[in-house]
Design a protein around this ligand. Structure first.
Ligand code: ADP
Ligand code: MG
Length: 462
């Protein structure tokens, strides 16, 4: 049973934050046991490095989902490393040796439970304490969103209401939402802060319908002072949920309570969004987060290195920052991979080693497929002419098809982003990068796109 819960959890996490997290980190972790009375999940990790990484990055995520899967309020995590288990000793996170069972001081590390679910009287654990304004690096790509987020914490509900932050996946939207939550709570403990992913909102609403509790569902939001709704694009095409949300929005807005949204596109780009909801999303301030510049990437790496207390030369940081990545999550992924490689090899990191440890990533472009064949494949399945795909036309389906072509070109050829951009009439490489990360994101959330991509790919590689 524990095993199947863990597998279920990995599936959810894969959907939520991407398969790389599961493959790099969580596949190495296992759920050893579950203590239903103390609500403690014991996780086995291969070493301290993995433990501290999982703790600092995925603890809230794991706790939140395990709470749901075990159907209890606040699950606590404890860690045991494989080696420690043999010695019947457990290293706590502050490096003190303590007997087994009393594992690391997780409680003090646990995020604060910031709000209460009045329908169930359960405490909820959802704001991630690691995501602060202080740990957010500001650059040209995110400074407006950052400034707006800060402004909101100074006068919640009074300026920019709602605040709508959009941008591609892994660019810091969730981070900013939590930072707002943390800051507001810091300024005034009494304020009720609720962070909710849209997925969760939808599934709880569906549950409420099923159990005839729609009224209680709505009432639950009445006492919230700050509502943070993450990934609101997932509300697309869900009419009834939108309707419920519309009422909650109005209720909070009229009471001058602050609402903040994140989304992967601007309100106009959310398919199947009721007009009245779209216009409300645009009432306050709509601001975007873009791809980070080289300087921002470097600064982010420096910050992560300092926060994690790692030792990494500037030139290695410069090397990691210089590699093309689709977003900050991937940038973090590169850093982790390098650190993990060094820790397993028990060596300090050189540029050479960083190169080696990152060499296996992005090697999919080994096949030799022609750009035109890809274009033909996309044309065949989208119905958009090859000239249309290469034109500057910006209607929705042309743009999507063009993005798919760019994605496949990167995946199936060895050509650079610049070369792909040039093929599409001299588009900038960041445009291509943006297109590709969009498709990577869509692929995760849209079965049709996933199927379409693999069909075209199969045909091309046959
Ligand atoms: P999104 O919600 O847009 O998909 P996240 O907020 O989850 O992205 O960010 C992905 C990762 O990148 C997180 O670990 C986050 O802390 C980190 N990150 C994103 N932007 C920044 C930034 N400006 N400074 C520091 N870390 C960042
Ligand atoms: Mg997010």
């Amino acid at each position: 049973m524990v095993q199947s819960i863990w597998e279920e959890l990995l599936k959810i996490i894969e959907q939520e934050v991407g398969s790389h997290v599961v493959h790099t980190w969580l596949k190495a972790v296992s759920l050893k046991s579950w203590d239903g009375t103390a609500k403690i999940a014991l996780l086995q990790v291969p070493n301290q490095f993995v433990q501290s990484w999982v703790q600092s990055h995925y603890q809230v995520l794991l706790e939140t989902h395990l709470s749901r899967l075990f159907n209890v309020s606040c699950v606590k995590l404890k860690f045991v490393t494989s080696i420690e288990e043999d010695h019947k000793l457990v290293l706590s996170s502050d490096k003190m040796i303590v007997p087994a069972i009393v594992t690391s001081n997780m409680e003090s590390l646990s995020p604060p439970s910031l709000s209460i679910d009045p329908t169930q009287g359960k405490r909820r654990c959802q704001i991630n304490r690691m995501y602060l304004f202080d740990t957010f690096v500001v650059g040209p790509s995110n400074q407006l969103a950052y400034a707006a987020a800060q402004a909101v914490t100074q006068k919640p509900g009074k300026i920019y209401n709602p605040l709508f932050i959009y941008g591609g996946s892994g660019l810091g939207k969730t981070h900013l939402l939590h930072a707002i939550g943390n800051e507001v709570k810091l300024r005034n403990k009494k304020l009720e802060v609720l962070y909710q992913t849209t997925d969760r909102f939808v599934s709880e609403f569906i549950g409420a319908i099923r159990f005839d509790k729609v009224h209680q569902f709505k009432v639950r939001y009445r006492d919230v002072d700050l509502l943070l709704i993450d990934d609101v694009q997932f509300i697309s095409n869900k009419e009834q949920t939108q309707e419920a949300f519309f009422h909650i929005f109005n209720m909070l807005y009229e009471a001058q309570k602050q609402i903040v949204f994140s989304s992967d596109t601007d309100p106009g780009g959310i398919n199947g969004l009721a007009e009245r909801l779209r216009s409300r999303f645009e009432w306050g301030l709509v601001t975007d987060i873009g791809l980070p510049t080289l300087e921002t990437k470097t600064a982010i790496l420096q910050k992560k290195v300092a926060l994690g207390n790692y030792h990494l030369d500037e030139e290695v940081i410069a090397y990691i920052a210089s590699r093309p990545v689709f977003n900050i999550r991937e940038l973090e992924g590169s850093l982790i991979r390098v650190m993990a490689y060094a820790s397993l090899a028990n060596q300090s990191v050189s540029v050479e080693m960083a190169k080696r440890s990152l060499a296996r990533t992005r090697t999919t472009g080994s096949q030799n497929v022609d750009f035109r064949d890809i274009l033909r494949g996309v044309h065949k399945h989208s119905g958009i002419s090859m000239a249309g795909l290469r034109s500057a036309k910006r209607t929705k389906d042309v743009v999507l098809a063009r993005h798919i072509a760019m994605y496949l070109m990167k995946k199936l050829t060895n050509r650079s982003l610049e070369q792909i951009g040039a093929f599409f009439g001299g588009k900038d490489h960041t445009t291509v990068l943006h297109a590709i990360s969009k498709i990577e994101h869509n692929k995760k959330n849209d079965k049709d796109i996933e199927i379409l991509l693999s069909t075209i790919e199969d045909e091309l590689l046959r």
